[in-house]
Design a protein around this ligand. Structure first.
Ligand SMILES: Cc1cc2nc3c(=O)[nH]c(=O)nc-3n(C[C@H](O)[C@H](O)[C@H](O)COP(=O)(O)O)c2cc1C
Length: 153
């Protein structure tokens, strides 16, 4: 059975909740799912890491959640080649923060692209000003993503 990692960066648990809610959709699509809350760069380069979904919120002024910062530092310091990595990205944010809206998800997307990873489809940005429960936006988006990217096994 193919594996899918869902890598989470969260402060208050919303992004983890999204990961937990979408996980059964991937299981139904034929994947064994692992949710990773404190990722390291090595999680990206082991033999099981060809498909990863990132669920990350933004804190501070466009900053990564604290538990996610070591991962980003490792990626920048080690610059692993991620050419075989395909990924999806769900960014949680709040448009009332203006320019830093979803800053963490956007910055992660740039880092992954610089390392050669290939994003499948567009990034989903969930705005807390518009969507009270992030799952309400994430679940239909993931259903459509699995379909449109031909991810069913
Ligand atoms: C102190 C604080 C700072 C925040 N800064 C930003 C920000 O700069 N940009 C943004 O888009 N959202 C910002 N947010 C909103 C969160 O990203 C949003 O509420 C998100 O849904 C939280 O997800 P989480 O529960 O996974 O941490 C901030 C929230 C708090 C409480």
């Amino acid at each position: 059975m193919p594996k899918l990692k869902i890598v989470v960066g969260t402060v208050y648990g919303g992004a983890l909740d999204v990961a937990e809610q979408v996980s059964p959709l991937f299981e139904q699509a034929g994947y064994e799912v692992a949710i990773i809350e404190q990722p390291s760069a090595s999680d990206m380069v082991d033999e099981l890491s060809d498909l990863v979904l990132f669920c990350v919120s933004t804190t501070g002024s466009g900053d990564f959640p604290g538990d996610f910062v070591p991962f980003v530092r490792q990626l920048k310091a080690q610059s692993p080649s991620l050419v075989s990595l395909r990924y999806g990205l769900i960014a949680l944010g709040d448009s009332s923060y203006g320019d830093t809206f979803c800053g963490s998800g956007r910055a992660l997307d740039d880092i992954l692209a610089d390392l050669g990873a290939q994003r499948l489809g567009e990034r989903l940005e969930i705005d807390a000003m518009e969507t009270f429960m992030a799952d309400d936006a994430a679940i239909p988006w993931i259903e459509a993503w699995i379909e449109s990217q031909g991810l069913k096994v």
